[in-house]
Design a binder for this molecule. Structure first.
Ligand code: ZN
Length: 234
Protein backbone atom coordinates (compact mmCIF):
# COMPACT_ATOMS: atom_id res chain seq x y z
CA UNK A 1 0.00 0.00 0.00
CA UNK A 2 1.06 3.56 -0.67
CA UNK A 3 1.96 5.06 2.69
CA UNK A 4 3.51 8.17 1.15
CA UNK A 5 0.21 9.39 -0.28
CA UNK A 6 -1.56 8.86 3.03
CA UNK A 7 1.20 10.73 4.85
CA UNK A 8 0.88 13.54 2.35
CA UNK A 9 -2.86 13.59 2.96
CA UNK A 10 -2.32 13.68 6.73
CA UNK A 11 0.17 16.54 6.41
CA UNK A 12 -2.52 18.61 4.72
CA UNK A 13 -5.14 17.32 7.13
CA UNK A 14 -3.01 18.65 9.98
CA UNK A 15 -3.71 22.16 8.69
CA UNK A 16 -7.42 21.46 8.94
CA UNK A 17 -6.94 19.94 12.37
CA UNK A 18 -5.14 23.11 13.52
CA UNK A 19 -7.99 25.30 12.29
CA UNK A 20 -10.51 23.06 14.05
CA UNK A 21 -8.44 23.21 17.23
CA UNK A 22 -8.29 26.98 16.97
CA UNK A 23 -12.09 27.05 16.83
CA UNK A 24 -12.65 24.61 19.67
CA UNK A 25 -9.93 26.13 21.88
CA UNK A 26 -11.28 29.64 21.52
CA UNK A 27 -11.27 31.48 24.88
CA UNK A 28 -14.84 32.53 24.08
CA UNK A 29 -15.84 28.90 23.90
CA UNK A 30 -14.23 28.24 27.26
CA UNK A 31 -15.98 31.25 28.73
CA UNK A 32 -19.29 30.15 27.19
CA UNK A 33 -18.92 26.75 28.87
CA UNK A 34 -18.20 28.41 32.20
CA UNK A 35 -21.25 30.64 31.80
CA UNK A 36 -23.42 27.66 30.96
CA UNK A 37 -22.24 26.04 34.18
CA UNK A 38 -23.08 29.20 36.14
CA UNK A 39 -26.55 29.33 34.56
CA UNK A 40 -27.20 25.67 35.37
CA UNK A 41 -26.05 26.14 38.94
CA UNK A 42 -28.31 29.20 39.36
CA UNK A 43 -31.26 27.29 37.99
CA UNK A 44 -30.64 24.44 40.40
CA UNK A 45 -30.35 26.93 43.26
CA UNK A 46 -33.65 28.57 42.17
CA UNK A 47 -35.37 25.19 42.19
CA UNK A 48 -34.01 24.49 45.68
CA UNK A 49 -35.20 27.88 46.93
CA UNK A 50 -38.60 27.32 45.38
CA UNK A 51 -38.95 23.99 47.17
CA UNK A 52 -37.82 25.60 50.43
CA UNK A 53 -40.32 28.45 50.00
CA UNK A 54 -43.15 26.02 49.30
CA UNK A 55 -42.37 24.11 52.46
CA UNK A 56 -42.21 27.33 54.46
CA UNK A 57 -45.51 28.59 53.06
CA UNK A 58 -47.18 25.35 54.13
CA UNK A 59 -45.63 25.75 57.58
CA UNK A 60 -46.89 29.32 57.84
CA UNK A 61 -50.40 28.26 56.85
CA UNK A 62 -50.29 25.61 59.56
CA UNK A 63 -49.03 28.10 62.15
CA UNK A 64 -51.72 30.60 61.20
CA UNK A 65 -54.39 27.99 61.60
CA UNK A 66 -53.08 27.06 65.06
CA UNK A 67 -52.89 30.74 65.94
CA UNK A 68 -56.51 31.30 64.88
CA UNK A 69 -57.72 28.29 66.88
CA UNK A 70 -56.07 29.66 70.01
CA UNK A 71 -57.31 33.14 69.34
CA UNK A 72 -60.91 31.98 68.92
CA UNK A 73 -60.64 30.03 72.16
CA UNK A 74 -59.37 33.05 74.04
CA UNK A 75 -62.15 35.21 72.63
CA UNK A 76 -64.74 32.67 73.70
CA UNK A 77 -63.26 32.68 77.14
CA UNK A 78 -63.34 36.46 77.40
CA UNK A 79 -67.01 36.32 76.53
CA UNK A 80 -67.82 33.77 79.26
CA UNK A 81 -69.43 35.18 82.39
CA UNK A 82 -67.15 34.96 85.39
CA UNK A 83 -69.99 35.95 87.79
CA UNK A 84 -71.80 32.65 87.32
CA UNK A 85 -68.69 30.49 87.92
CA UNK A 86 -67.41 28.59 90.91
CA UNK A 87 -63.85 29.12 92.18
CA UNK A 88 -62.80 25.79 90.59
CA UNK A 89 -64.20 26.87 87.25
CA UNK A 90 -62.47 30.24 87.41
CA UNK A 91 -59.15 28.56 88.28
CA UNK A 92 -59.56 26.20 85.36
CA UNK A 93 -60.36 29.06 83.02
CA UNK A 94 -57.37 31.07 84.24
CA UNK A 95 -55.02 28.14 83.73
CA UNK A 96 -56.38 27.65 80.23
CA UNK A 97 -56.06 31.37 79.52
CA UNK A 98 -52.41 31.47 80.43
CA UNK A 99 -51.78 28.35 78.37
CA UNK A 100 -53.47 29.94 75.36
CA UNK A 101 -51.53 33.15 75.87
CA UNK A 102 -48.27 31.27 75.97
CA UNK A 103 -49.31 29.30 72.86
CA UNK A 104 -50.10 32.52 71.04
CA UNK A 105 -46.78 33.93 72.11
CA UNK A 106 -44.85 30.93 70.79
CA UNK A 107 -46.84 30.89 67.55
CA UNK A 108 -46.24 34.56 67.03
CA UNK A 109 -42.50 34.06 67.39
CA UNK A 110 -42.58 31.14 65.00
CA UNK A 111 -44.52 33.16 62.45
CA UNK A 112 -42.02 35.96 62.76
CA UNK A 113 -39.16 33.51 62.20
CA UNK A 114 -40.96 32.12 59.14
CA UNK A 115 -41.42 35.59 57.76
CA UNK A 116 -37.69 36.22 58.23
CA UNK A 117 -36.96 32.98 56.38
CA UNK A 118 -39.25 33.95 53.54
CA UNK A 119 -37.41 37.24 53.24
CA UNK A 120 -34.07 35.47 53.21
CA UNK A 121 -35.29 33.11 50.46
CA UNK A 122 -36.60 36.00 48.41
CA UNK A 123 -33.32 37.88 48.66
CA UNK A 124 -31.35 34.73 47.75
CA UNK A 125 -33.74 34.13 44.90
CA UNK A 126 -33.17 37.64 43.57
CA UNK A 127 -29.42 37.22 43.89
CA UNK A 128 -29.59 33.93 42.00
CA UNK A 129 -31.76 35.41 39.31
CA UNK A 130 -29.33 38.27 38.87
CA UNK A 131 -26.44 35.80 38.46
CA UNK A 132 -28.44 33.88 35.90
CA UNK A 133 -29.38 37.00 33.94
CA UNK A 134 -25.80 38.24 33.92
CA UNK A 135 -24.55 34.87 32.70
CA UNK A 136 -27.24 34.86 30.01
CA UNK A 137 -26.18 38.28 28.69
CA UNK A 138 -22.48 37.39 28.72
CA UNK A 139 -23.24 34.08 27.03
CA UNK A 140 -25.00 35.82 24.17
CA UNK A 141 -21.95 38.02 23.63
CA UNK A 142 -19.62 35.00 23.72
CA UNK A 143 -21.83 33.03 21.36
CA UNK A 144 -21.72 35.87 18.88
CA UNK A 145 -17.92 36.04 19.09
CA UNK A 146 -17.68 32.27 18.59
CA UNK A 147 -19.91 32.46 15.52
CA UNK A 148 -17.80 35.31 14.15
CA UNK A 149 -14.56 33.41 14.72
CA UNK A 150 -15.97 30.24 13.17
CA UNK A 151 -17.25 32.13 10.18
CA UNK A 152 -13.93 33.92 9.69
CA UNK A 153 -12.09 30.60 9.53
CA UNK A 154 -14.61 29.03 7.17
CA UNK A 155 -12.85 30.03 3.88
CA UNK A 156 -9.56 28.59 5.12
CA UNK A 157 -11.31 25.36 6.09
CA UNK A 158 -12.97 25.11 2.70
CA UNK A 159 -9.68 25.70 0.90
CA UNK A 160 -7.93 22.93 2.86
CA UNK A 161 -10.88 20.58 2.36
CA UNK A 162 -10.67 21.07 -1.40
CA UNK A 163 -6.96 20.28 -1.33
CA UNK A 164 -7.70 17.20 0.73
CA UNK A 165 -10.22 15.97 -1.82
CA UNK A 166 -7.51 16.18 -4.47
CA UNK A 167 -4.96 14.36 -2.30
CA UNK A 168 -7.49 11.70 -1.34
CA UNK A 169 -7.49 10.30 -4.89
CA UNK A 170 -4.00 8.87 -4.44
CA UNK A 171 -4.97 6.94 -1.29
CA UNK A 172 -6.55 3.48 -1.30
CA UNK A 173 -10.28 3.92 -0.64
CA UNK A 174 -10.40 1.29 2.13
CA UNK A 175 -7.62 2.84 4.17
CA UNK A 176 -9.02 6.32 3.47
CA UNK A 177 -12.39 5.28 4.87
CA UNK A 178 -10.75 3.93 8.00
CA UNK A 179 -8.62 7.05 8.31
CA UNK A 180 -11.72 9.26 8.17
CA UNK A 181 -13.50 7.13 10.74
CA UNK A 182 -10.61 7.54 13.18
CA UNK A 183 -10.39 11.22 12.42
CA UNK A 184 -14.09 11.58 13.21
CA UNK A 185 -13.40 9.92 16.54
CA UNK A 186 -11.06 12.84 17.27
CA UNK A 187 -7.92 10.82 16.70
CA UNK A 188 -5.05 12.92 15.35
CA UNK A 189 -2.50 12.23 14.03
CA UNK A 190 -4.18 9.18 12.56
CA UNK A 191 -1.03 7.54 11.25
CA UNK A 192 2.23 7.43 13.22
CA UNK A 193 5.56 5.73 12.61
CA UNK A 194 6.82 2.69 14.45
CA UNK A 195 9.44 3.80 16.91
CA UNK A 196 12.41 2.07 18.47
CA UNK A 197 11.69 -1.04 16.46
CA UNK A 198 8.59 -2.06 18.42
CA UNK A 199 6.77 0.92 19.92
CA UNK A 200 3.70 2.85 18.78
CA UNK A 201 4.94 6.28 17.72
CA UNK A 202 2.16 7.98 19.65
CA UNK A 203 1.15 6.13 22.81
CA UNK A 204 4.50 4.27 23.16
CA UNK A 205 2.79 0.95 23.70
CA UNK A 206 5.15 -1.95 23.04
CA UNK A 207 3.93 -4.07 20.16
CA UNK A 208 4.12 -7.86 20.18
CA UNK A 209 6.42 -9.64 17.71
CA UNK A 210 3.47 -10.94 15.73
CA UNK A 211 2.27 -7.36 15.16
CA UNK A 212 5.70 -6.30 13.94
CA UNK A 213 5.83 -9.08 11.39
CA UNK A 214 2.33 -8.17 10.23
CA UNK A 215 3.48 -4.58 9.89
CA UNK A 216 6.47 -5.66 7.79
CA UNK A 217 4.17 -7.68 5.63
CA UNK A 218 1.30 -5.23 5.19
CA UNK A 219 3.04 -1.89 5.63
CA UNK A 220 0.47 -0.67 8.20
CA UNK A 221 -1.20 -2.01 11.34
CA UNK A 222 -3.53 -0.53 13.96
CA UNK A 223 -2.32 0.17 17.50
CA UNK A 224 -4.48 -1.83 19.91
CA UNK A 225 -4.12 0.88 22.52
CA UNK A 226 -4.58 4.26 20.80
CA UNK A 227 -6.24 2.90 17.61
CA UNK A 228 -3.82 4.78 15.35
CA UNK A 229 -2.31 3.42 12.18
CA UNK A 230 1.34 2.52 12.62
CA UNK A 231 3.64 2.47 9.62
CA UNK A 232 7.21 1.48 9.05
CA UNK A 233 9.38 4.50 8.47
CA UNK A 234 11.58 4.10 5.41
ZN1 ZN B 1 -0.69 3.63 20.06
Amino acid sequence: MNIESLLKYQKKDEELFRVEQKISNSPYRKKANELTAVAKKSQMKSAELEAEAEKLIAEIADLKEKYNVNKTKSEEMLASKIEDMSFEEVDKINALKSKILSNLNVLEKMLQKSAENINRILSEFNKTKKLYDEARVQYTVCKQKIDEETKALEPEKERIKKELVALEKAVEPEIMAEYKKKRNDNIFPVIVPLEGGNFCGRCRMELPKVAISRLKEKGVITCEHCKRFIYLKA
